[in-house]
Ligand binder design. Sequence first.
Ligand SMILES: [Fe+2]
Ligand SMILES: [Fe+2]
Length: 490
Amino acid sequence: MKASAKIICLVLSVVLLSALFLTPAAAEPAATGRTPVRVSACVAGDNGRTVGFCWYTAEKADSVVTLFDESGAVVRATLSDPVCEEWEGMWMHKVTASALPENAQLTYTVGDGSSTVTGTVKTGRADDTVKFIEIADVQASSAENFEKGAATLNAAFETLPDFDFVANCGDFTNDSTNEEWDLYDASFGEMNRTYLLAPVSGNHDGFGVANWFNNMFNLDTRESVQTKNGVNYSFDYGNAHFAVLNTNDCLNVSKPQLKWLKNDMNSTDKDWKIVFIHKSPYTLGKDGKWPDALQLQKTLTKVCDETNVDLVIGGHDHQYLRTKPLTGNKLDPNGVTYLLSGTAGSKRYEIREFLAEHFMPKAFIDALVVQKDGYGNYWNGSDWRSTDERNIGGCYNTVQIEGGKLTLNAYIFGDQSHESMPIDHLELTKKTGENKITFTGDNTTSKFAYAAGSVASYVSLAVYAFTNWLPRFLALVPELIYSVAVYDTF
Ligand SMILES: [Fe+2]
Ligand SMILES: [Fe+2]
């Protein structure tokens, strides 16, 4: 070979090798063929003995779920008729497995029987204990921020390895697009195949295009009052009853959903009653100034008071705030505790301290932790204290119930320290066996009743907004202008 030809070959080789190693690889499609992605196993019945599986495939495929016990034998479960529907360019699959054995560590496969992925799920014990992890508001849109959220959940698994289920109080993604759910799956997907999930719909999980939330998860919608942008449902675990609300219903919760909650909470004699919600009634975050938070203080709290709810856990405002027990918007040692879960993600809100004067008294606050630098990190009851930078990160909560004792622990998984730091601790105790069943009827809502109740809800919200909220909001205008100047957001 001539020297010139050798040089040309060398140059071409370098160019080709450069193209191979230096050019970013084309993005892999999130799903190919009939291989399942976005797999979730949701709590769809009592003590985790009914599980709603949901997954997606790129190509149309059969929807097959098989469960195995620890010896590898196939578990005889009752399987629902499989669902396979096209959604946003992919194929959505749903199968519900019920009558699962108690206290069992099960392995499952989902797929078409030949192209499958494997996961594990644990069913509950027939005793009076339950342990769960709660996170909220990962609300990411970039791979980096989904990874941070996943690291927070992974830290929670290390803190409470023997948990029974994970409650996610909403805002899984920021814009609820195919791309974001794929990024969510890329970061959380492997973990998501190891636990039972109780998901709550956030306002970022369904607005814009209806049904995103409902099509990402397989939940029990039989009593849900509204199923376009979220689901309300309930389940028992241990000696606790859990109700999940949908705050995408009439801006927060409609009268039909409140009626459902009241009946639902009156239909259990479990010792502990816990509500999961997305929008929190008590907050000092930037969203605390809107009418829906105030109206939840008026409406949701009334039902919780009447039905002996112990704990309401929500999200939405990306800061950690736990109230003292309240009844009728007043301090009461026997009242309901409201927890605004800090964000497990990276979008963290400042405290709007001035909201306290008009929207919730500071006297209600038992714990308040800012996850963002620059304002003071926690409220010690009378003033702000700073913690060091290492204490800024994603938040998660653990709740353990044993008989008449409930223990809540909150942690921040430090962005810099990569360690879980305790930020709050609460113990509640109660005499067990006091709740009585007072509702045994049909708790479904007809479409007509829902429509009529929704109209009434909007009218009542509008009246409330003008007569109660607007005067408080107008009083905030100077502070809001200051907020725009300082925080660039109000
Ligand atoms: Fe959020
Ligand atoms: Fe939200």
